[in-house]
Design a protein around this ligand. Structure first.
Ligand code: HAM
Length: 427
């Protein structure tokens, strides 16, 4: 035990649990790579103003949850609370939108920071894998991203993820709806903070989870009934493409999301095994964000899936993601000469793509075999003085307990063959 522990709202990722996190990241990334998304990485902090303008001055994320700091030079920075504004900033800065055909398709994986009230599934430091398709307005693109996320969840073996879908309209139809909603909300019995929200960001009031507020919202006007023709047509296009791809969804006219940049398509993936923090991922279209942060008009769409919550969803369903064995072969040397020989074997095995580990520290056979069993390895290779004299090593199958003597000069090939193609090249 050290004097220190991880700060509130954070946790350490440690083996063996960390393997599931890597498996989730990889399962989300693989379909994106296959669909032509290129990897992007941006700094862990940005100018505060990027998020204030991008995510929205009145959002909880900007008003309450950002970790901000002022550098010695007086620059105001914020740890990134989300990835979309940063990725778009990076694409604009590098002129990616001018250097090739549109859309620019990017994916990312990283940690994000929000000063939220910690609870199960809600942390102050968490991981997302995200994707952004920048500079094109086409329902196929919205559908593509949603399908890729659904495929990622499915490839992990999750069956309880549900997709909620909505359209938030655009700058043509949203203002009239906003006014209609404000007029309705002003007539309700609400606390002061919520009344203030009506004037700044009335759509967020629809997201209020308190039962007495929910009850009053039952008859609230819905954007669905105020969409302009082009938004309606666009949304129908997305819905039809999802249906054709066999991706089920539920229309959720009250889905508003916690970030201000959304226009038209918005969606959330939820899992019922997670308690109140049920959103495992979310995203949508953000056609006006580029202009908000000083760029040209670049209609775009994207999502971010929460890695931590996806791991919790796997646990809730009792699904273990396919994780490659940490160790295939465990070497147990007895004596100094055996240590030299087996260490060379381990090095060769690793270079051949076989996961191999070693009994360090000159332990006795009993302790070494215990370590071998604990490592999860399939085979232990035991080498003593007599074996060396005879030019063999003992290969013990840790599942069946069978042991055979294998010539030292063919040991690496023998082990690779026993393990089959699944072991080699697993990096
Ligand atoms: P978001 O809905 O704020 O969207 O976050 C996406 C996902 O990150 C959530 O569904 C959740 O799984 C996870 N997440 C968020 N906050 C926490 C937290 N405090 N603890 C654990 N997990 C969390 C965005 O961030 C947008 N940038 C998504 C996007 C990309 N929209 C367009 N492009």
């Amino acid at each position: 035990m050290s004097t220190f522990s991880a700060p509130k709202g954070t946790y350490d990722l440690l083996p063996p649990d960390s393997a599931a996190f890597l498996a989730v990241r990889e399962a989300i990334a693989a379909p994106l790579r296959r669909a032509g998304y290129g990897y992007v990485e941006t700094p862990g902090f940005e100018h505060v103003e990027l998020f204030a303008r991008g995510v929205g001055e009145s959002t909880d994320i900007v008003t309450k949850e950002m970790y901000t700091l002022t550098t010695k030079g007086g620059t105001r920075l914020a740890l990134r609370p989300e990835g979309t504004a940063s990725v778009l900033r990076a694409a604009l800065q590098a002129n990616l939108h001018r250097s090739g055909s549109l859309p620019v398709k990017l994916w990312y994986s990283g940690t994000y920071y929000r000063y939220e009230r910690p609870q199960a599934g809600r942390y102050r430091h968490f991981s997302q894998v995200g994707a952004e398709a920048i500079g094109a307005e086409d329902p196929v693109l919205d559908a593509e991203l949603i399908i890729l996320a659904a495929d990622a969840y499915r490839s992990l073996g999750l069956s309880g993820v549900r997709l909620l879908l909505n359209s938030l309209g655009d700058r043509t139809c949203r203002p009239a709806y906003r006014e209609a909603l404000q007029n309705f909300l002003r007539g309700l019995d609400l606390d002061e903070e919520t009344r203030a929200r009506i004037e700044i960001n009335p759509l967020r009031v629809l997201d209020d989870k308190r039962p007495d507020v929910r009850r009053q919202l039952a008859d609230a006007p819905l954007l669905r009934d105020h969409l302009c023709e082009s938004c309606k047509e666009y949304h129908e296009g997305v819905r039809a493409l999802l249906t054709a791809a066999g991706v089920p969804f539920t229309d959720d006219p009250a889905l508003v999301r916690g970030l201000d940049y959304y226009t038209r398509t918005t969606f959330e993936f939820v899992h019922d095994g997670l308690g109140s923090q049920s959103a495992v991922g979310g995203g949508g279209r953000y056609d006006g964000l580029s202009e908000l942060i000083g760029g040209p008009a670049l209609p775009s769409v994207g999502w971010a899936l929460g890695v931590d919550r996806t791991v919790l969803a796997l646990r809730a369903e009792g699904v273990a993601p396919a994780v490659p064995a940490a160790t295939d072969v465990f070497a147990v040397p007895m004596g100094d000469e055996a240590r030299r020989v087996l260490f060379a074997t381990v090095t060769e095995l690793r270079r051949a793509g076989v996961a191999a580990d070693f009994a360090y520290g000159g332990k006795g056979v009993k302790a070494s075999m215990k370590a071998a069993n604990r490592s999860g390895a399939r085979y232990a290779v035991v080498l003593g003085e007599r074996d060396i004299a005879e030019g063999v090593a003992q290969v013990k199958d840790l599942e069946s307990g069978d042991q055979v003597a294998v010539p030292l000069d063919g040991l690496v090939a023998d082990l690779a063959a026993r393990l089959g193609p699944g072991a080699a090249g697993r990096e």
